[in-house]
Design a protein around this ligand. Structure first.
Ligand SMILES: [Zn+2]
Length: 513
């Protein structure tokens, strides 16, 4: 219960107390807030009142589809969202959020006809009742709504040199593509938005650093004396680090040099100690760019049914969604779901979705069932080929069809019989399956045969490494209860995520076909 007033006689007084500021205008902060959603971004005006930053309630109402009502009975304003309610006090720096009291830096304020709340109202009062995550990042002036990949970017100049050395730290670890063009190093970051720290001032051979959050690119403009930069990228579980080393141009050692013509010979390579120096253009070759997460069953096909009525199709979707969020936000890998609601999808359709999205990895999520009620634990499967499949695997390189192309030329094209598409990926699939087994073991009980091969329809048509996980036995009473818990699901998602990280490393270490 809140301490907000509810009683009769004080009502009029309370409404009058809605703070009226003497200047009745407020001042505008140096920069607006920028709201970022899946749909895009736009500035959101705020107002400074007595040194506090406020946002107009009508603005919030249209951004977040809120109903706002001045409420004399409760002495403040009532904000409603999908049946959930915030009551913000007019005379006290607090609000009641679905009955729970939260503090605010200031009460609701009135400027002219408009009502304003402190911007902390957004994380403290609105976020707890809102459907999507809301993240207010004060330092970077960003208001992030929804599950969006926002990359924190910090640029350092480590040595003015020459050679000038700089690093770009990107958190979390995301794909980056460095390029060198027209005297600038451009590092594109595969994120929806950048949360960029103010860049350091020019130094050494660097004239200017800009972190353009419109384009999710960091641009480093080089001095005319700079030679061809060397760029290397390293990725840890927490972050991606881009190291840039800029030498002096070979033919212009003097400081009064005029802009240098393109060089016939590149300057001598000065590798960054301890780090491999890949070619500048293209950067790290990302071999895991897209993955498909297949939530088993759906629609009319409920899958295994637990004794207390838990349906496999619901658990598989829950786990698939958790995994998708992890993989997208932490790895920057694009995730395609074969279904994201309760609908039936045939095995062929699931494979078609995977093959058409050019996915690099396919994972099917299931929950097992057994006639014996005591069988429990997780199991991992990859495809067992029958004899035709084994032949297809051996001759995978030979199944090439030469098609006539424009101008009388021919062009080779892979023809893989649909149901044997998996054949050429069985080795990589078995590696992925082992990694899954090893990681799952750390988080969940394992089944009687934790890793096995089986002729599974949904795996056979996938033209990419593919595996299937049965996360538990729904026919075991204890596991039926377990699979519904957020803890268990989060553990499974984490285990699968860890296996995907390992598999990505495996892919990148293996030679390109
Ligand atoms: Zn199943």
């Amino acid at each position: 219960m809140s301490r907000l007033r509810t009683a009769g006689l004080s009502v009029i007084a309370v409404v009058l107390v809605l703070v009226s500021w003497p200047d009745a205008q407020g001042t505008t902060p140096a920069s607006p807030l920028t709201i970022i959603t899946r749909e895009g971004r736009r500035p959101v005006p705020t107002t400074l009142l007595n040194g506090q930053e406020f946002i107009a309630l009508d603005e919030l109402a249209s951004l977040f589809q809120l109903m706002v009502r001045e409420d004399a009975l409760v002495g403040g304003i009532t904000v409603t969202y999908k049946g959930r309610t915030i009551v913000a006090s007019a005379d006290q720096a607090m609000a009641s959020v679905n009955g729970r009291v939260v503090t605010l830096p200031a009460p609701v304020a009135r400027v002219g006809r408009r009502l304003f709340v402190p911007i902390d109202f957004i994380p403290r009062a609105l976020a707890p009742i809102y459907d999507s995550p809301i993240d207010l990042r004060r330092a970077s002036r960003l208001l992030i709504v929804g599950t969006i990949r926002v990359a924190r970017v910090v640029v350092h100049i480590d040595a003015a040199g020459p050679p000038t050395r700089a690093t770009i730290e990107v958190t979390p670890a995301l794909l980056v593509s460095p390029a060198f063009d027209a005297g600038r190093v451009l590092v594109r970051i595969e994120a929806d938005a950048l949360d960029a720290a103010p860049p350091p001032a020019a130094a050494g051979l660097i004239d200017q650093i800009r972190a353009g959050d419109q384009t999710t690119t960091v641009a480093i403009a080089l001095n005319a004396r700079a030679g061809t930069p060397r760029v290397s990228t390293t990725t840890s579980t927490e972050s991606t680090r881009v190291s840039i080393e800029i030498p002096l141009a070979a033919q212009s050692q003097d400081t009064n040099a005029t802009p240098v013509a393109p060089q016939a010979t590149p300057p001598p390579a000065v590798p960054v100690p301890g780090e491999p120096v890949p070619p500048l253009l293209g950067g790290r070759t990302a071999k895991l760019q897209t993955m498909v997460i297949d939530a088993g069953h759906g629609g009319d096909d409920a899958g295994v049914r637990g004794r207390k009525g838990t349906l496999e199709k619901q658990i598989t979707l829950d786990v698939a969604r958790r995994l998708k969020a992890l993989v997208e936000t932490r790895l920057g890998v694009r995730v395609v779901m074969t279904r994201d609601d309760d609908r039936s999808v045939s095995p062929d359709e699931r494979d078609a979705i995977a093959n058409n999205s050019k996915a690099d990895l396919f994972l099917s999520v299931h929950v097992n069932g057994a006639p014996a009620a005591s069988v429990k634990g997780a199991e991992v499967y990859y495809l067992r080929l029958d004899r035709a499949g084994e032949e297809a695997r051996r001759s995978a390189a030979a199944t090439e069809l030469v098609l006539p192309a424009l101008g009388g030329a021919t062009r080779p094209m892979d023809v893989i019989p649909w149901d044997l598409a998996q054949a050429s990926h069985v080795v990589a699939s078995s590696r992925f399956a082992s990694m899954l087994e090893e990681e799952l073991e750390k988080h969940a009980p394992m089944g009687p045969r934790p890793l096995q091969q089986a002729p599974m329809r949904v795996l056979s048509g996938a033209n990419m490494p593919a595996a299937l996980v049965e996360i538990a036995y729904l026919t075991d009473l204890e596991q039926e209860q377990g699979v519904q818990s957020a803890d268990f699901q989060a553990g499974i998602a984490q285990a699968i995520y860890d296996a995907i990280v390992r598999f990505r490393t495996y892919l990148e270490a293996s030679p390109t076909p």
